[in-house]
Design a protein around this ligand. Sequence first.
Ligand code: ADP
Ligand code: ZN
Ligand code: ZN
Length: 724
Amino acid sequence: MPYVRVALPVPIPQVFDYIAEDAGETDIGRCVRVPFGRGEKSGLIVALSAAAEVDAARLKPVLHIQREVPPLPQDWLGLVDFVARYYHAPLGEVVALALPPGLRRADGVSGEDEDPLLVVSDAGWSALQAVRRDSKALTLLRELAATGAPMRRSVVRELPQGAAVGDALRRGWLAPAPAAGGRERMAAAPALTAEQSAVIGEVSAAPPGFRAWLLQGVTGSGKTEVYLRLAQQVLAGGGQVLMLVPEIALTPQLERRVAQRFPAANVVSLHSALAAGARSRGFVQALTGHADIVLGTRLAVFAPLPRLGLILVDEEHDASYKQQEGVRYSARDVAVWRARQHGVSVVLGSATPSLESWHHARGGRYAPLALNQRAVASAMPAVRCIDTRRLRLDEGLSPALQAAVAARLERGEQSLVFLNRRGYAPVLSCPSCGWISRCPHCSANLVVHLADRRLRCHHCGCDGPIPHACPSCGDQDIRPFGRGTQRIEARLAELFPRARVLRVDRDAARTRAQWESLLATIADGGADILVGTQMMAKGHDFPQLTLVGVIGADASLHAADFRAPERLFQQLMQVGGRAGRGVLPGEVLIQTEYPAHPLYQHLARHDFDAFARMALQERRAAGFPPFTHQAMLRADAPALDDAVEFLRHARRLAEERAPAGLRLYDPVPMRLTRLARRERAQLLVEADHRGPLQTFLADWVALLYRQRTARELRWQIDVDPLDV
Ligand code: ADP
Ligand code: ZN
Ligand code: ZN
């Protein structure tokens, strides 16, 4: 009796055997619905077997094998297997993360894409050419091929042999038509700059095969143009291109640019904001080879791409490539692995590479590429520190910054005040009794949101009205303490009553539509002064923007997180890069109490390399990544003791099997100990080399899965954690 081995989304590191009478080799990689416990679950068939691993009499039969779409290919199974092993996550959970939800539910696909446009697939054309016995599906196929145009499934059904449409789809002879393209004319490509040509020449001249490139190009140097040209070469050769961007909500401009440059190509977007049907459709188009370019956020790294020819990772330093819950994978690192698996190039691009990638480029693991000049003749902005130590600030704004904003207003140019803290004030406090607004569920303060008169926790999201008097002593003189974007916005509106002040943060741009409309307002000159968070730091062109004022940056200089300076430098360089992108020169003013700090000095000289060298020296001295490799075991429970006790136990288990050179730290409460009513603690494991760490983790994590834990305790392992 044949058995199938199924990966199921359950937190158990194993696959499950089921009976499947009619299953064959071609069912490997197909979604399947199976009974599980008292209910049902959807999973993926990862193997067939002749003998079951457990007592065959206890096995149950599968409920339904989903044969509407082609199976996921072997290399894709290899990909999820790698991710499961590297991040020590159950295979079924990786599969669940990698597959669009609509595809996974074996009943979902036809339901969501109710009436797709269908075309004859490559496999369909080959089937037509091959001499073989005629079938209803082939007759139907011939009919469609003769028509030569995409046809709705419902229309296909009405054809003489229309009943065979399901059969033709199952065999992969029909596939969803590429998205409407070709209507817009191809946008003209600009002549390349000398630097761009050199970079493209170098990549093109490399022998075929795997190579990881680090494209370090200053803001405005035209990295996107390099991506597009490299993509063009691959498309011309019949390959597929995978292009990853950190946040699709922040990159509608890029999506349009790609679609305009390649009107004939089928550009598919994949990101979590898509409706389930659209995401499944895009995924299937990638799988059947009908997508030429897959553009997406980190989850797009799991798109199956039979003709993969190139991977591009834009803003490779961006932390959002790392998933911070569940399977904690880094899409950038997985992208590099995929490129190696397929023997193709991967280009990691950034003006401010992660120190890890920069280090690899120095050490020869990645091939360095550089764009040091801006593409359109505009100078890099002048960066200056405003020493605020002896200044009287007006709601955090120095006289020099106010004067600079006023000068922009005179000239009809735009200014941006950058402050990476949204809300009105980070906390509400009572001067008479010392009460402060604490979140009841987290070890964090409630942020004052004056715009909608709420106190809100930025960690768990809970909120409530702003009290009129101190809840503790009744004093009515309670005050917002500190500053956020709303407060700066309000003060700027008072200082410059005729200016149009526009706030750009996550509260103002909750949806992609809101974000797009904000961008349009800025581009149309509908705002004079912008107040923005890091949302403003990401790759947009604002030609009228000539001043960036930075406030409140010093806090990151002394943060406990060893990555804080790297993040600060990246953010400031990126946001500074928004200034003076047009013909007008830009200026960046940083308010600081540490004007001589080397970080600001390097920034003033636009010298990322000098900063990176300095930061890496510090990391080497302190034994931080990339000079060591880390994994973090985190536990959370309603009571801190339970979390810590679990970690202590885990540590004892680890001590018994730790190889030489492995360092086990003491369990400690996390910095934000309490989050959403759960207390959190962590245990750091560190090694000088990745190999021994991985071997150890595989053994240890398997053991942890077998431990009986306190009720309500949860734990996760995080390999290459970003926040330590
Ligand atoms: P980056 O991503 O490196 O910050 P972009 O790719 O956004 O830079 O390019 C910055 C600006 O320069 C864009 O407006 C782009 O259209 C323009 N640009 C890029 N390459 C060229 C070129 N070869 N000739 C003219 N303009 C270019
Ligand atoms: Zn009080
Ligand atoms: Zn909270």
